[in-house]
Design a protein around this ligand. Structure first.
Ligand SMILES: [Fe+2]
Ligand SMILES: [Fe+2]
Length: 203
């Protein structure tokens, strides 16, 4: 287990691995996890659309994020189908404490470039943490079918994490991107440290 944590940290740059208790809690509340997960995918698709609208003059961003919208929406549908198979309902969206904390870290009064950078890095971070959580589920769940289910998401979100970093580096000086990325990682670590470990949320 410990070695996995180091592995995850190296791949994603995350500063704090998920509390090992989380996967056991999640396993007991899989319906809640699936609902929360479905909304994570919906938000990912929605945010990519927002980025395309906001930065429509940036051709690479538009081109690269367009298929991600489809992919994230496909993920939403996969989770929805899984809920359906279990005769469960999507239910209402809950308050996303994790994402709200990240939003609070975005520079509100920075230059347009600062704001774009923060938006892209925040997305990269959410993808990285989601990927890490899916990895935990794909390794730690008892149910082989669900381990496999989450492995597919894990692979997909790993690619998204790198895409957002790459897009940031396309439009903004790499040194500046890396400096701000480190600040985001440090902030996220503190956020995770102070957060309650709960098994009804992906984050
Ligand atoms: Fe996704
Ligand atoms: Fe994603």
């Amino acid at each position: 287990m410990k070695e996995e944590s180091i592995d995850v940290k190296n791949i994603l740059g995350l500063q704090l691995p998920t509390d090992p208790r989380w996967v056991n809690l999640a396993e007991m509340q899989l319906e809640e996890i699936l609902t929360d997960h479905a909304y994570c995918e919906q938000k990912a698709a929605t945010t990519c659309i927002t980025l395309i609208q906001r930065y429509s003059d940036k051709e690479k961003l538009v081109k690269e994020l367009s298929p991600i919208v489809t992919e994230e929406w496909g993920h939403f549908r996969m989770v929805l189908a899984e809920l359906g198979k279990r005769k469960l309902h999507l239910g209402k969206q809950r308050k996303d404490v994790y994402v709200n904390k990240l939003i609070a870290f975005q520079k509100k009064d920075g230059s347009p470039d600062d704001r774009m950078l923060d938006h892209l890095l925040m997305m990269a971070l959410i993808e990285a943490r989601s990927c890490e959580r899916f990895k935990r589920l794909s390794e730690g769940l008892d149910d082989g079918y669900m381990r496999n289910f989450y492995r597919k998401f894990m692979e997909s979100e790993a690619g998204h994490y790198t895409l957002f970093i790459d897009l940031a580096e396309t439009y903004i000086d790499k040194v500046r991107v890396r400096k701000r990325w480190k600040e985001w990682l440090a902030y996220e670590k503190e956020t995770m440290k102070s957060a309650e470990v709960r098994g009804d949320r992906i984050h």
